[in-house]
Ligand binder design. Structure first.
Ligand code: RB5
Length: 144
């Protein structure tokens, strides 16, 4: 079975998450959703935590969506081994995979249209880490 992409959101990212899951499935991606499951108000750090655990266990990519993308990125980046990137466009998505080996993409439903979000997600999923000097630099995250 192919490596899954894990999706998580709070209530403010739930609708965009549903759209992006359908889009990712059409790309042939195996989709896993760790919640939330409705528009009912909930606390985004709980879902960031669940998603990060799956991403680390499965060594795969994840997508976290809240209203802004900011809270999710802050919560996710507290976990060792998680490199979460809030991306506003395709350039940021491409560069954070090439240079930072980001393993979690953060998106904000309240400012980002679904078309842009799809394009950012596709870029993130399809871009491979360059390694080399960039591996040395991200290794410093854990050794300073
Ligand atoms: C929820 O209102 C909102 O605060 C949350 O989705 C997120 O944007 C936090 O950073």
């Amino acid at each position: 079975m192919s490596t899954p992409v894990i999706f998580g959101s709070d209530h403010a990212g739930f609708a965009l998450k549903e759209q992006l899951k359908a889009f990712a499935s059409k790309l042939g991606v195996q989709v896993v959703d760790v919640g939330c499951d409705s528009l009912q108000s909930c606390d985004y750090p709980l879902f960031a935590e669940k998603l990060c655990s799956r991403v680390l266990a499965d060594k795969c990519l994840g997508v976290l969506i809240c209203g802004t993308g900011l809270g999710m990125s802050m919560a996710a980046n507290r976990r060792a081994g998680i490199r979460a990137a809030l991306c506003a466009n395709e350039y940021m998505a491409r560069m954070t995979r090439l240079h930072n080996n980001a393993n979690v993409l953060c998106l904000g439903e309240r400012w980002m249209g679904a078309g842009l979000a799809e394009s950012v997600l596709e870029t993130f999923i399809k871009t491979e880490f360059e390694g080399g000097r960039h591996q040395r630099r991200i290794d410093l995250f854990d050794s300073l």
